[in-house]
Design a protein around this ligand. Structure first.
Ligand code: FES
Ligand code: FES
Length: 153
């Protein structure tokens, strides 16, 4: 079995581990580095529960090899705290079971950073990459828009 030593920059800190070249970033952050906030869902790019930020853009970590993430800045849900979007999810009841929530928060945080004046259509487009079985999306959209409105104000 081929093993590779790698160092990843996650949430601003260097984390070293040994991986097989075929291991996904999702598997490595959860099972080898103990960052279990990123969730395994479909494992084929459909649900978005595993979303992390790579150089500040959303990436489904089930679709990326850990070795591909070397040299990039990785942010997981553990690296976000007290952001406006997290507070908005709580204020607007934008989750129920919460399994999809880390992925939505990462994706929505990136939307707010990159498109602070996003239209309703842009919000719809951006949210297409994540699936939620519980909330029906309305509360999530309300939460996102509340932060966008604050950005504009
Ligand atoms: S687990 Fe990665 S997109 Fe569903
Ligand atoms: S809150 Fe349960 S899957 Fe989204």
């Amino acid at each position: 079995m081929v093993l590779v030593s790698i160092t990843l920059v996650i949430n601003g800190a260097e984390r070293s581990t040994v991986v097989r070249p075929a291991e996904t970033l999702l598997y490595v952050v959860r099972e080898k580095l103990g960052l279990t906030g990123s969730k395994p869902g479909c494992l084929n790019g459909d649900c978005g529960a595993c979303t992390v930020l790579i150089d500040d853009l959303p990436m489904k970590s089930c679709l990326m090899l850990a070795i591909e993430a070397v040299g990039k800045n990785i942010t997981t849900i553990e690296g976000l705290s007290n952001t406006d979007i997290q507070k908005a999810f709580v204020e607007h009841f934008a989750f129920q079971c919460g399994y999809c929530t880390p992925g939505f928060v990462m994706n929505c945080h990136s939307l707010i950073q990159h498109r602070p004046n996003a239209t309703d259509d842009k919000v719809e487009d951006w949210l297409h990459s994540n699936l939620c079985r519980c909330t029906g999306y309305e509360e999530i959209k309300i939460a996102v828009k509340s932060v966008l409105n604050r950005s504009e104000g």
